[in-house]
Write a new protein. Structure first.
Length: 198
């Protein structure tokens, strides 16, 4: 799996294009800003987009999705619980637990509420990678004090989902740099505090 990160906006949100070299297929994750950057990258690389994956409804992760959707003629995927807040441009409603395909590798959709009701992650076990949106970052966790955030749901998601990821899984968050879960367990104090109290 090849991973291309794009950073955009005043919140420096991460968007990604993940692709499979053998098949030429790709997925676009969280195109929040600069739609032309995603569109041009996919076209120049000769990739075939399978769809647009949105980790949650906040505009710094969804703002360019509709323009990318129209230009590349590919569906938008989002968890059902976040769709009302996002708008009408969702083609596939996720529930969590789905298995999707990138080339020869299947990956899982994990429902991880806390930052929003419909927050999801995309876990690639074979490639040892997880795209976490605003769920888990390298040094902290997503905010729970926004309109549909929940500290209790975040705690539950950490304990039942993220804490089960092996140390060699690399997270690719919605802001900031990637790191392994081994590093998260060493330097992410919010994560440490939650898992220490289970």
């Amino acid at each position: 799996m090849q991973i291309k990160r794009f950073i955009g906006g005043i919140l420096e949100a991460n968007g990604y294009v993940i692709s499979d070299e053998a098949s030429g297929s790709c997925w676009i994750i969280d195109p929040g800003y600069r739609p032309k950057v995603f569109i041009q990258y996919v076209a120049k690389a000769g990739l075939t987009p399978e769809g647009i994956l949105l980790t949650h409804h906040h505009s710094d992760h969804t703002g360019a999705a509709e323009q990318v959707r129209r230009a590349l003629d590919c569906p938008v995927y989002m968890h059902r619980a976040d769709c009302d807040a996002y708008g009408e441009w969702v083609d596939v409603f996720l529930e969590g637990g789905e298995s999707l395909q990138l080339g020869g590798e299947r990956f899982q959709v994990l429902h991880t509420p806390g930052h929003t009701k419909g927050c999801v992650c995309f876990l690639f076990r074979k490639s040892r990678a997880c795209f976490t949106g605003d769920f888990v970052f390298n040094v902290d966790l997503g905010r729970t004090d926004l309109q549909d955030g929940s500290e209790e749901e975040m705690r539950r998601s950490i304990l039942t989902v993220a804490d089960r990821w092996a140390g060699d899984i690399t997270i690719y968050p919605g802001h900031g740099d990637s790191c392994t879960m081994r590093t998260v367990r060493r330097i992410n104090q919010e994560f440490i505090d939650i898992t220490a109290k289970r």
